[in-house]
Design a protein around this ligand. Structure first.
Ligand code: PEP
Ligand code: MN
Length: 310
């Protein structure tokens, strides 16, 4: 029997609890990194107290459209400008994006507004090009399990916005993120953008509880894209508020200066005026959920005066 210096018996130490088994997404798991990760994008931080809003058109179409919308969303309080130059379209006959010409327009939008830009890269062979312009490289839903693209992006020094695949579980999304982390890129932001279900009343089904499931399992920040989730502009504001309430770290929202003329996704795009009203409402609501939108100092629209929604 083990005794102490006074020859008193010492109770045997309690057996250590069995170590929790690490999931397949080891580095993305909260078990290996209990604190929330914060992803830096220029002067912005995604995953902290700031509720970060990325906004802009689905596709970069022309200088006046891109620059006008970029200015409008900046004035409304957006933190980051979005716009696609490489578009993943279901039909090969649909507008495919302006490629480098579009990236140059995005760079002008950054110069004009001082905001960072997020844009999609669809193919490993385009990573060098897109990386030269973008502040965040977006992996679209259709490429969420393109493992060779993820491996290439794991070697990028730019942050990655990884969208959830249309048919991917939370576990599969986290495994895709693991490809990025395992290859050395720790700056990963996840995005819930709706999944394909039997429901047809919306473009996709927003899995709002995935934010809770992700945050329970992972330290990575997660934002919601209510535009692609719903496919309907007038659903975007209520879903954005739900995103804030459920604990998402931000939003990605499509905004177009003339949605009826948009070359892609006009039906889900907000007009700048509606986006401005939404941002003011979010800024007012944010402190109730432990967040802030510091780009809006004095929200001038009160919740009672909600304007019409597009
Ligand atoms: C987009 O954000 O431009 C886009 C195509 O979204 P998703 O990949 O979620 O369909
Ligand atoms: Mn779109």
């Amino acid at each position: 029997m083990t005794t102490n210096t006074e020859n008193q018996p010492i109770a045997p130490a309690a057996p250590a609890p069995p170590a929790k088994k690490l999931p397949a997404y080891k580095q993305a798991s909260r078990l290996t990194h209990p604190e929330n990760s914060i992803v830096k994008v220029g002067s912005q931080s995604v995953g902290g107290t700031e509720f970060v809003v990325m906004a802009g058109p689905c596709s970069v179409e022309a200088d006046p459209q891109m620059l006008g919308t970029a200015w409008d969303v900046k004035m409304a309080g957006a933190h980051i400008i979005r716009g696609g130059a490489f578009k993943p379209r279901s039909s090969p006959y649909s507008f495919q994006g302006l490629a480098e010409e579009g990236l140059k327009m995005l760079a002008k939008a950054r110069e004009l507004t001082g905001l960072g830009i997020v844009t999609e890269v669809m193919d490993s062979s385009d990573v060098d090009l897109v990386e030269a312009y973008a502040d965040i490289l977006q992996v679209g839903a259709r490429n969420s399990q393109n493992f060779s693209l993820l491996k290439r992006l794991s070697k990028s020094r730019k942050p990655i916005l990884l969208k959830r695949g249309l048919m991917n579980t939370v576990e599969e999304l986290l495994c895709s993120a693991e490809y990025l982390l395992a290859g050395g890129n720790e700056s990963v932001i996840l995005c819930e953008r709706g999944i394909r279900t039997f429901e047809t009343s919306t473009r996709n089904t927003l899995d709002i509880s995935s934010v809770l499931a992700i945050k329970e399992r992972s330290h990575l920040p997660v934002i919601i894209d209510p535009s692609h989730a719903s496919g309907k502009a007038h659903y975007v504001a209520p879903l954005s508020k739900a995103a804030l309430a459920v604990g998402a770290d931000g939003l990605m929202i499509e905004v177009h200066c003339a949605p009826e003329l948009a070359l892609c996704d006009g039906e889900e795009s907000l007009v700048p005026e509606t986006f401005r009203e939404l941002m003011a409402e979010l800024a007012e609501l944010a402190p109730h959920f432990g967040r802030r939108i510091s780009t809006i100092k004095n929200p001038d629209i009160k919740l009672a005066d909600q304007g019409g929604q597009r």
